[in-house]
Design a protein around this ligand. Structure first.
Ligand SMILES: NC(=O)c1ccc[n+]([C@@H]2O[C@H](COP(=O)([O-])OP(=O)(O)OC[C@H]3O[C@@H](n4cnc5c(N)ncnc54)[C@H](O)[C@@H]3O)[C@@H](O)[C@H]2O)c1
Length: 345
């Protein structure tokens, strides 16, 4: 069932990150006032700096593991604050567990205080290395509770359990989104995830490093579609969990070839070791999202990759220009310092 009316004021935790900054932008475009709460652990103010000009955007630098103080009315809380890339959460293991546990508790308390709806950004990682394919929301998952990835997987499983308990015990209005791999502009080139890594390597002419035999699969969803899925869940009247992802599954080797082709690169493709507990297959069953939310991804893999590659290429050009300007300024300053000082004779 759809709710009436749009959200007037939303909190986006993790709004300075990759998905969160696109969500903030999209909410502002729809006329929703946005309060972004982020501690910048893995996000950046560069992702949101132009949003301040809208006059409807507030940034609060805060850690969600502390109680959240957001003055004024709020009718939706999008809870995205958490390290998300394996490189980040392996570097921040305890912080990641606390973001999923304490952070989700504080986001729920804020939701109750404001009488809002919470959309929880959960993940396909709750399915672990799945024994069921494709993954339906009814599948309980296959997660190693003490493996290195458990800091993320178990944090999200706990966050889902806590949100569901709030709903059952207090009637809190929650919607759980199980997001499958999402990609697009504003991913960090060094975050270790496959697409930014492959794109950076292809643009630099470096070898494209595929892990394992490259036959492991993922289903990759362009960020614009992911954001539409979160908004559809916010506007719906269901608790979920609901898979938000693309049903288009491809192997990592195929992905590397696609990126190389679209980037016009002649990088060779090489193979490196596979991370511990890396899932072999990933593909969402998206029937519930289609039926309950009327949502399905729209942007094709080729189109999404093209936009992502263009964004990374433009950033490289900007960074090169900024580095050249800084070098020229340094050289000019050094020359001025070494020039003989002219004095009155
Ligand atoms: N990108 C994906 O493919 C994907 C897939 C599944 C789920 N998700 C979920 O979506 C959300 C966003 O992911 P992303 O890819 O944009 O990651 P990201 O790292 O780019 O963004 C996360 C943001 O959360 C902030 N943050 C982290 N811990 C915080 C804390 N304790 N307090 C306040 N802010 C904090 C970071 O600074 C960052 O801005 C995460 O919850 C992630 O688990 C993402």
């Amino acid at each position: 069932m759809q709710r009436q009316g749009k959200h007037r004021r939303a909190v986006v935790t993790g709004g300075a990150g990759f998905v969160g900054s696109h969500l903030c932008e999209r909410l502002l475009d729809a006329g929703t006032e946005v309060v972004c709460v982020d501690n910048l652990a893995t996000g950046s103010t560069a992702n949101i700096e132009r949003l301040a000009d809208t006059g409807a955007f507030t940034f609060i630098e805060a850690d969600t593991t502390h109680p959240l103080n957001v003055p004024g009315p709020v009718d939706a809380v999008f809870h995205l604050a958490s390290a998300a890339s394996p490189r980040d959460y392996l570097r921040l293991p305890v912080e990641t567990l606390e973001a999923g546990s304490l952070g989700t508790r504080n986001a729920l308390d804020l939701t109750v205080e404001k009488g809002a709806r919470l959309v929880l950004a959960s993940t396909s990682e709750v399915y672990g290395d799945p024994l069921e394919h494709p993954q339906r929301e009814t599948y309980w998952g296959n997660v190693n509770p003490v493996g290195p990835r458990s800091v993320y997987d178990e944090a999200k499983r706990y966050a889902e359990a806590l949100a569901t308990a709030f709903h059952r015990a207090y009637g809190t209005d929650v919607g759980i989104a199980r997001i499958f791999n999402s990609y697009g502009p504003r991913m960090r080139g060094d975050d270790g995830r496959a697409i930014p890594t492959f794109v950076r390597q292809a643009l630099d002419g470096d070898p494209i490093t595929v892990s394992g035999d490259g036959l492991q699969t993922r289903s990759l969803c362009y960020v614009e579609d992911t954001v539409e899925g979160l908004l559809a869940l916010a506007a719906a009247d269901i608790t979920g969990p609901v898979n938000i992802g693309s049903p288009h599954e491809l192997s990592m080797l195929r992905l590397a070839e696609l990126v190389r082709g679209l980037a016009g690169s002649d990088s060779e493709i090489t193979f490196i070791g596979r991370p511990v507990d890396d899932p072999r297959f990933r593909r969402p069953d998206t029937r519930l999202a289609a039926e309950a939310l009327g949502w399905r991804p729209r942007v094709s893999m080729e189109e999404g990759l093209r936009r992502t590659i263009d964004w990374f290429a433009a950033r490289r050009t900007e960074e090169a220009a900024a580095a050249a300007a800084a070098e020229a300024a340094r050289a000019a300053a050094a020359q001025a310092a070494s020039a003989p000082v002219g004095g009155a004779s």
